[in-house]
Design a protein around this ligand. Structure first.
Ligand code: SF4
Ligand code: SF4
Length: 321
């Protein structure tokens, strides 16, 4: 029943995608070098090439992004840690995929900001906007308080993968752990390429982002196909990009280790029967306890818990005051 509802939800989401380009933000462009030769200065039928770059985001959009990011993480923390209901987290995921993914075109992105921050640390001439620093720092600070609430349903890349997990299989723990090292390798390579001298510098996290092309309905064909492959594989293998490749996820796993409070499975509030272990598609439950470095706070384990179902039934049976 729940599976068929989720499948319907996924189908609805995919169908609605076809209309999204029309509502995506309008990015304004300007000529890259205003003093470059133009048709007027050269003459003789010369046509100025359409070399343009996007204008910086308006200040109000930057502030809105930071505020919305903070509010969304607070909502995720409340839904995951206090209310313990997965339905709210699914709704939050849909909203965040729609806004941060399709509307903002995947570019209010702590993952990519790793590179800006790395360059700023080694190159005093490189100015990184406060807005980018805030986007980089906020999810890490949130992880110190509440664990990986950014991953639970706020990050558009994670949320879109979360929504397609329908028939997850268990990945053998040893393989899971071995693949998990890839994200550290990727993080190291991304930093090395970012801090190269300016002429050779490359932001590989952004260049090889497998989902941003899907959010923008444009991009290199192989990257669009790769994004599609991740989503199709993600139906059966929970969040492959998050678990094994995301460089920001590597940082979040470190910060969440020291979280003040994080997602928990506790004998006093849950049955402690082990059903949750089978329900976690990410192998993030060991000995009936959520592993705080790996737990995405998705709430699937609570949904599988008989105690929580009993609570809901009690709530429904209780007469309204
Ligand atoms: S692991 Fe990375 S891609 Fe996945 S939700 Fe977290 S930050 Fe986003
Ligand atoms: S333990 Fe697993 S199922 Fe439970 S919230 Fe964490 S990632 Fe989700």
């Amino acid at each position: 029943m729940v599976r068929s509802r989720l499948a319907g939800l996924g189908l609805l989401l995919l169908l609605s995608l076809s209309g999204l380009p029309a509502v995506a933000q309008q990015v304004e462009y300007e000529r890259q070098v205003d003093v470059a030769p133009s048709e007027e200065s050269i003459g003789e039928g010369y046509v100025t090439p359409e070399v343009q770059r996007p204008r910086p985001r308006a200040m109000h959009w930057q502030v809105a992004d930071v505020v919305l990011l903070g509010l969304a993480m607070l909502a995720a923390a409340w839904l995951a840690l206090k209310s313990r209901r997965r339905a709210g987290l699914v709704a939050l995921s849909i909203v965040c995929v729609a806004y941060f993914g399709f509307y903002r075109e995947g570019c209010v992105c702590p993952i990519g900001s790793i590179q800006n921050v790395a360059v700023a640390l080694v190159d005093p001439a490189y100015a990184v906007p406060y807005y980018v620093i805030a986007i980089f720092v906020l999810p890490l600070v949130a992880a110190l308080f509440f664990g990986r609430v950014f991953c639970s349903g706020v990050c558009a890349l994670g949320a879109i993968q979360e929504l397609v997990v329908l028939k997850p299989v268990n990945v053998p723990p040893r393989l899971d752990r071995a693949l998990g090292w890839l994200k550290w390798v990727y993080l190291g390579l991304a930093v090395v390429f970012a801090v190269l001298p300016a002429a050779m510098r490359d932001f590989v996290i952004c260049r090889f982002d497998p989902f941003v092309g899907l959010f923008r309905f444009t991009g290199e064909a192989w990257l669009l196909i790769l994004g599609g492959v991740f989503l199709v594989a993600g139906v059966f293998v929970g969040r492959p990009y998050c678990r094994w490749l995301c460089p920001y996820g590597a940082l979040l796993s470190v910060f969440s280790r020291y979280a003040w409070r994080s997602f928990s499975i506790t004998p006093d509030r849950e049955l402690d029967c082990g059903l949750c272990t089978d329900a976690c598609p990410y192998g993030a439950i060991e000995e009936r306890r959520a592993v705080r470095t790996d737990c995405f706070a998705c709430g699937r384990c609570y949904r599988s818990c008989p105690v929580h179902h009993a609570d809901k039934a009690d709530d429904a049976a209780r007469p309204a005051a």
